[in-house]
Design a protein around this ligand. Sequence first.
Ligand SMILES: [Zn+2]
Length: 414
Amino acid sequence: MDVQFLGGAREVGRSAVLIDDRLLIDYGMQAGTPPQFPVGDVDPDAVVASHGHLDHVGAIPALVSDDGRPPIHWTPPTRELALTLARDTLKLHGGTFRCPFTEIDVERVTQASRTHGYREPFEAAGYEITFYNAGHIPGSAHVLVDDGETRLLYTGDFHTDDQRLVAGTTARPDADVVICESTYSDVSHANRADVEDRFIRSVETTLWEGGTVVVPAFAIGRTQELLLVCAAHDVPCYVDGMGKGVTEMLRHHPAFVRDAEALRRTTSHARFVTGRDGQRTRITDQRAAIVTTSGMLSGGPAMTYIPEIRSNPVNKITMTGYQVEGTPGRELLETGSAEIDGRMMPVSAQLEQYDFSAHADREGLRSFLEPYVESGSRILVVHGDRCRAFADALSTASGDASAPAVGETLHLGS
Ligand SMILES: [Zn+2]
């Protein structure tokens, strides 16, 4: 089995792994300026996607833009999320170099789509493939690839701890080789219940004082998690941006969330913002939490809310995810002001950050990999800023671990 790393190796973004030149796992894009796509020209016989985040599925429609029509295998939520992301990319960048596909390609994706549940083996490009719940976002999967001689486990993004939206991964299928993400290989997350407690107490304090809390959140996973948190503690909340549609969509896939009934209660608890008739401006004097995209303040309805609430120090902005360097969200946390919608804005409202991560931390990665290291599996570390350091640490712990580079091809097994 030959494995080539086309992206997402010693970096985060544009994840793509090609097996024997015919099976492609993930085909993501990194939405920076300029955007980045996996390297090389690929013409796979089949495509498998681990989960519906932009850096794993964002470029998939480009695979059906020529004559090739490889079947695309994924779980039902991953299909929906990939299509949502593709339409969003078209809306933002369609017709420019930032968007490597057209509306017609996105339509073709729906024809090439093949959906599968967890633990239901299927055949793709001559391999037996099985998905296992990865506990990252709804529909996220570990991908097991078996060619009859070598069993390769591609972890995709995963979390070992439970979140309200999805339960943590428990599957540890036998594998000779593990391609493992390492986003938080040098971080220990605080206990999730404590993070949630601090967040809720902070929001409640602001509401008691008569303020409004803007909660920037990623549309996929994070928005629903925060709505679940607000509903569980009976905190009044609005939801706005792309996260609205994602929340509605997930209600139709109850098998892929941890507690479908809780998600149903949450969608009746949260008020969905239509944005009509100046509604956004009006609700900024409500004593409520407004959960909205974008998570790093680079666009979305947050561009309306932040200017409205920023000058009153009773109000609060709580960032809920990792802020990439160079984004307005990062700038705001570091300097107290940020360029919002083209204007430099100082912010007097209170600023806070919470670690609601959907990835395993250092201890989670170690515990996930432990049985594989012990049984002598080969570990290939990807999807992180410190892949080589983590691989070295695993090797010292008597494992066989390395961190391949983008473009590198490895021969595995016999
Ligand atoms: Zn992800």
